[in-house]
Write a protein that binds this ligand. Sequence first.
Ligand SMILES: [Mg+2]
Length: 348
Amino acid sequence: MRVTAVQVQARPRQGSPRPIRDALQALPGAGGVEVVVQTDTGVSGHGDCSFGRIAGAPQALATFIEQVLRPVVVGTDPACVRGTHQAMLRETEYIGYTGLAAMAISAVDTALWDLLGKAHGVPCWQLWGAVHERIPAYAMVGWLNYADDEVQAICSRAVDQGFRAVKVKVGYPTLEEDLRRIEVVRQGVGREVRIMVDANQSLTTAEALRRGRAFEDLGVYWWEEPIASDDIDGYAELAAALDIPVATGENLYAVQEFGRFFRRGALDIVQPDLRRSGGPTVLLEVAALADAFNVPYASHGSNAAHMNVMACAPTLIYAETGLVAPDSPMRLEDGCVGLPQGPGFSWE
Ligand SMILES: [Mg+2]
């Protein structure tokens, strides 16, 4: 089997009338890119990359895949997906493997694994060998620009849907505002539901330490991205000083960056992102590293591809989702979702 074509389509922006906000940025929605890899046997694979912001990103990514990655991938054997991943990294080394390059590699890597699963007629978690048959999920629903009553209502709705953990954004100008937000959510969800908080890189290390201690006292389950994502010294300091688990990883690229954070003890929970990591190939390596360093794995976002990886992550604790939409293929039971059952990365 050989790859004969890589088709790329930029998906136009699906703008939201009311952008959601975290402590770092507004997220009005900005479309995405879809990749289809075709083969000489007729089997094809699908990958994509979506953007929460930056309207020009989809077209830039599509051009990058067409002009830089397509020549590397066409003609390869899809069964050698890890070798193709290495070849894509070599091709992009001159301009750097992070940012758009990583997202482009991820979209193609996802399509190649999807193709391989479909060629064998099984979900990729069966190809890899799973650890888990179901995945605990939490709902990231508490955006920073929601009013108190709004955030209380949406967190309560998540609990009504069956979630046993919710995440809210913090990183307001003062600690007191953060504490009030957590108290409001606690009143809405009750004592049994876990609450995680996320400051999206907005604080200094000293302030993150001070707020982390206050969150510990409230029984918050984890303290996510309190400081700049690449501040490995700051993360090592926070992880050593705080009892509350420090979670990060959604803005790390490639397995080498994850390796540096694991070696330094700079995180208590790792949260890799499918797009930025470089695709399922890298997520599987991060999952193995997390096992080696005894670090729990919690996803940043969760589509069918990442769900397949999570099924095989030995230290998995959580998938991140939003509220379950009426048309979603996900079904919650005991706070967990079942695995996608379709070939490759498809749900059905
Ligand atoms: Mg986050």
